[in-house]
Design a binder for this molecule. Structure first.
Ligand SMILES: [Fe+2]
Ligand SMILES: [Fe+2]
Length: 170
């Protein structure tokens, strides 16, 4: 059974993961609008990952006897000055998510909710991955700043990304 504080925090993050998904879909739409279809594809995979995160919270809340409650979500940003600006926005957003996950772990520890602490460990590890994959693209975009052909190459490279849902140890 979940205590009320934990249930609220889990629900809040369930909704925030869906908001994260919307941000990435909005970034996909931006990249498609400027014909960078590979970068758009990368963002669509990121959208799927965020929906996967969303459903992990959904299932966990239910498994623990809680009630999932959807809320209104803020509209995501829709325009960025450059591809780099979009990815920098993504990194800033992932850092916010990391902070939220860490705060939830602290709360779950204070409330002695070991099942939630355990559940959140998956997200602690996932956030390391999330920040690092976005940062890797930022570094490439910075490297190619003076080489216009580079963006074309990167667009092709990132367009190869496929969604692979983690199976074991969810
Ligand atoms: Fe997420
Ligand atoms: Fe994320």
């Amino acid at each position: 059974m979940l205590n009320r504080k934990i249930e609220e925090a889990l629900n809040d993050q369930f909704n925030f993961e869906m908001y994260s998904a919307n941000i990435y879909m909005s970034m996909a739409a931006y990249f498609d609008s400027i014909n960078l279809t590979g970068l758009a594809g990368w963002m669509k995979i990121q959208y799927q990952e965020e929906m996967f995160h969303t459903m992990k919270f959904y299932d966990f809340i239910n498994d623990r006897g809680g009630r999932v409650v959807m809320t209104a979500l803020d509209a995501p940003p829709t325009d960025w000055a450059t591809p780099l600006a979009a990815f920098e926005n993504a990194l800033a957003h992932e850092r916010i998510v990391t902070g939220r996950i860490n705060n939830m772990v602290t709360l779950a520890m204070e409330e002695k909710d070991h099942a939630t602490v355990n559940f959140l460990q998956w997200f602690v590890a996932e956030q390391v991955e999330e920040e690092s994959s976005v940062d890797a693209v930022i570094q490439k975009l910075k490297l190619m700043a003076d080489a216009p052909g580079g963006l074309f190459m990167l667009d092709r490279e990132l367009g190869q990304r496929v969604f692979t849902p983690p199976s074991a140890g969810e």
